[in-house]
Ligand binder design. Structure first.
Ligand code: FAD
Ligand code: DHB
Length: 394
């Protein structure tokens, strides 16, 4: 098999890239280890930055999103049992907060790509990257375990294979620096059949810890609570989850609507950056190169930002025989990535209760929230980051 760009991973990074390359008349093949059902059924991110929403429109895959997404003008921050409405639209000159789940974005991307005649091979195994040092790289794989080994020959290999994929490991350790912070708390996320409790997202920091109220539809709500990352989900009965959610979200005169919980799971929180994001003919994108804790809602958006830059660089290389942008790909991405890392760390630190924090640190976090509530400049800085920073000129 031969193509121009071989992409490992049918997550947001890999699939947006396939669309962007198609728009630039560049051929690609996506290799994905999971089944289509699994990819389309995994519950993850919820918030899209405004430019990602606009990009879906440009790519012609926003039909379902326009119908089903929840568009909010702001978010609510809560501490000391009081609420602060941050009017994102006002603070950012018209940008909105779009809640449209990642698996729905993936369904739109996959359907759109297949309708173009694009190739996505699901269920591959033994993916291995070869020859990125030279000019004839290849990705070896099997169409399922036990099948014969095949080779995808290409000009460039894209590691859009998430945090645990083989992409990053293909960059020799001697040229790769990794920066990491592991947080002493995780998120327990649930889906519940319940009506909406509030008209926008609530990020709450209470004495009991962090909670986030989000939504999926008028009938299905998404909620998260801070927990011990090592907790066994079996220790969290539905009754205990609701008790903690009430303790962290309820305020006088308002109580959370409950319903049956039909999905729950725990994720650890980490910040991680790999520098550089490229080596020879290999380019990393998205979670393969960087992870943020979910509090800033940045992970998916950073993944799409990487591939928007990568698609422009590949376009310059193919159409104008100019590989200067490709050479600077990692440096261009990492400037934006580090700002996303900073914002995600800031939101996480300000809104969670670190089990080891001193009373001094606790009061600093509350003062940080108070500052956002009392300074338009501070509120604007938060809003600009939340809705998505502008891109640096290439
Ligand atoms: P992934 O989505 O991980 O995709 C990588 C793909 O590669 C996977 O499908 C995987 O199966 C495949 N793969 C791996 N190894 C191989 C292999 N060897 N061969 C072939 N294929 C392989 N982000 C936001 O922007 N906003 C949010 O609100 C938000 N909330 C979140 C909430 C939660 C609970 C979680 C867990 C994450 C959240 N994120 C959020 C983060 C976001 O989900 C990720 O950053 C995003 O999925 C990254 O996309 P990606 O394409 O880089 O990687
Ligand atoms: C959701 C996830 C996030 O990480 C976040 O910051 C806001 C919303 C969600 O899943 O809806």
């Amino acid at each position: 098999m031969r193509t121009q760009v071989g992409i490992i991973g049918a997550g947001p990074a890999g699939l947006f890239l396939a669309h962007l390359l198609h728009r630039a008349s560049i051929a690609s093949v996506v290799l994905e280890s999971r089944s289509r059902e699994d990819v389309e059924g995994t519950i993850r991110a919820g918030v899209l930055e405004q430019w990602v929403v606009d990009l879906m429109g440009e790519l012609g895959i926003d039909g379902r999103m326009k119908q089903a997404a929840d568009f909010h003008t702001g978010i609510t921050l809560q501490w000391n049992q009081t609420r602060l409405h941050l009017d994102m639209q006002d603070l950012t000159g018209g940008k909105r907060v779009t809640v449209y789940p990642q698996h729905e974005v993936l369904r739109d991307l996959i359907a759109g790509r297949l309708a173009q005649g694009g190739e996505i091979v699901f269920g591959v195994s033994d993916t291995a990257i070869h020859g990125i040092d030279g000019d004839a790289p290849e990705i070896r794989f099997r169409r399922g375990s036990g099948a014969a080994e095949e080779s995808l020959h290409c000009d460039y290999v894209i590691g859009a294979d998430g945090f645990h994929g083989p992409g990053r490991q293909a960059i020799p350790k001697s040229v790769r620096s990794e920066y990491q912070k592991v947080y002493p708390f995780g998120w327990l996320g649930i889906l519940t059949n319940a009506p909406r409790s509030w008209h926008e997202l609530i990020y709450s920091n209470q004495a009991e810890g962090f909670a986030l109220l989000s939504t999926r539809s008028p009938e299905v709500q998404r909620l998260y609570i801070q927990c011990d990352p090592h907790d066994d989900i079996a220790a969290w009965s539905d009754a205990r989850i609701w008790e903690e959610l009430h303790a962290r979200l309820d305020i006088p005169g308002w109580t959370l609507h409950e319903g049956p919980i039909f999905q729950k799971g725990i994720i650890p929180l980490r910040s991680f950056v790999c520098d550089p994001m490229q080596y020879g003919r290999l380019y990393l994108a998205g979670d393969a190169a960087h992870i943020v804790p979910p509090t800033g809602a940045k992970g998916l958006n950073l993944a799409v930002a990487d591939v928007l830059i990568l698609s422009r660089a590949l376009e310059a290389a193919y159409q104008r025989n100019d590989s200067a942008l490709l050479a600077r790909y990692s440096a261009i991405c990492l400037r934006r990535v580090w700002k996303g890392e900073r914002f995600s760390w800031y939101m996480t630190t300000m809104l969670h209760r670190n089990p080891a924090e001193t009373e001094f640190e606790r009061r600093i976090h509350l003062a940080d929230l108070d500052f956002v509530g009392s300074s338009r400049a501070a509120a604007t800085a938060l809003a600009e980051n939340y809705v998505g920073l502008p891109f640096d000129p290439l």
